[in-house]
Design a protein around this ligand. Structure first.
Ligand SMILES: C[S@@+](CC[C@H](N)C(=O)[O-])C[C@H]1O[C@@H](n2cnc3c(N)ncnc32)[C@H](O)[C@@H]1O
Length: 380
């Protein structure tokens, strides 16, 4: 295997510097200290999220992290950055071993990827590395980022400009930021993005479902409605990659979506819990040999009581599947439904949302633009 063009750990420091808004590309000792504290806090929240701690009457920890605060974004990137960046690579390698044919091949060097719960989109690194390891197979990356916290956008741009583009030279990226909350039904918003989303070759759902509580139950339903909508408009085979922490509290948050996916896609690989270790090149995560390295300064220098442990593995629930855009609804039924919705529009001078528009393959009046609806019908 070939090592990436850049030192990923060094590059990660540039991203952290951007998140903290410090000048230059290196963290001074005050920001190293702040990052260490944030790493400890983020890990504590993740460990105790949704759990009532022993001997505690009140839940002390929140159900999710407030990523609007830069300290949590920095803490998250420092705590998980390298490992999350490498996960996609390992996931795709596993899929390749299972069934090479299901991994989308870029067309004329072009690939469209939709990232749900994008954050800083760390997972793009492993994806680009997988595709461009031997030669530049992806030259043009079209990206749809679905995220509720807009504060991530600058960090994501830095991740792409300072890390991805340097590691994979001559890669052009086209970014589409979709600001939305997955627990609200956003079909109208998604339908406005019809053209871009329907082009997806890969959908990534990494480390986001565990952030969404299973109480109320309606949250998972809403998340599924949004994911389902994207799946049903995809106009070619789409590969879906899902990875989430495997801690006990995540199960009611993650399993319902895996179950729904299983019903409408073809399974490739899955595991309730697998440990991924990053101890081999090119995905080796290590403390540098000098005192100057980011990992040494963050995890190995006893400057205060916050000395976070250095971690080089991750336990994950994972799932991968694909879906072909074959609609089991007959052309006749589809046209009949469409005519029905046209009649309703004529009557009311606008499209209306009919009660029976909830099943997976129904034509939905909320498909958005007339252009999108026409495209859908032409393809039937
Ligand atoms: C832990 S980060 C994961 C980021 C990235 N996918 C990764 O693997 O490193 C989870 C992201 O999901 C976003 N998120 C959580 N709940 C969400 C929701 N209901 N709607 C949209 N995004 C959400 C958070 O804001 C955060 O950026």
């Amino acid at each position: 295997m070939v090592k990436p063009n850049i030192d990923f750990t060094d590059a990660l420091e540039q991203l952290l510097a951007r998140v903290w808004q410090v000048r230059g590309e290196r963290l001074d000792s005050a920001h190293i200290r702040k990052t260490r504290e944030a790493v400890v806090d983020v890990r504590t929240i993740y460990r105790n999220k949704g759990e009532k701690l022993k001997g505690e009457k009140i839940r002390r920890y929140s159900q999710s992290i407030d990523f609007k605060q830069r300290r949590y974004r920095a803490g998250y990137i420092a705590a998980f950055g390298e490992r999350h960046a490498y996960l996609t690579y390992l996931h795709l390698k596993k899929i390749e071993n299972e069934n090479n044919g299901v991994i989308p091949e870029p067309r004329n060097g072009e690939l469209t990827v939709t990232v749900i719960g994008a954050g800083a989109a760390l997972e793009l690194f492993g994806l680009c590395y997988y595709y461009n390891e031997e030669r530049a197979r992806v030259k043009k990356l079209k990206l749809n980022f679905i995220e509720r916290i807009s504060d991530w956008q600058d960090d994501r741009d830095t991740m792409i400009d300072k890390i991805i583009k340097k590691a994979f030279r001559n890669l052009r990226t086209f970014r589409n930021n979709i600001n939305m909350n997955l627990v609200q039904e956003n079909i109208t918003l998604l339908s406005q993005q019809y053209e871009k989303l329907s082009d997806s070759d890969i959908i990534i759902i990494y480390n986001v479902l565990n952030e969404i509580t299973s109480n109320p139950l309606s949250y998972q339903k809403k998340v599924w409605k949004n994911v389902e909508y994207i799946l049903k408009i995809c106009d070619k085979r789409v590969l879906i990659l899902l990875m989430e922490p495997s801690a006990r509290y995540t199960r009611p948050r993650v399993q319902p979506i895996i179950e729904r996916l299983s019903m409408v896609t073809k399974h490739i690989i899955s595991s309730n819990q697998e440990e991924f270790t990053f101890n081999e090149e090119p995905l080796k995560i290590q403390l540098e040999n000098n005192n100057d390295g980011l990992n040494v300064r963050l995890f190995d220098t006893p400057i205060d009581r916050h000395k976070p442990t250095f971690e080089t593995s991750l336990k994950r629930t994972h799932f991968a599947c694909f879906r072909d855009p074959l609609s089991p609804i007959s052309k006749f039924d589809a046209e009949r439904q469409f005519r029905k919705s046209l009649r309703a529009r004529d009557e009311r001078q606008r499209f209306r949302k009919s009660k029976d528009q909830t099943s997976f393959y129904d034509i939905d009046s909320s498909f958005g633009s007339q252009k999108a609806t026409k495209k859908f019908l032409n393809e039937l």
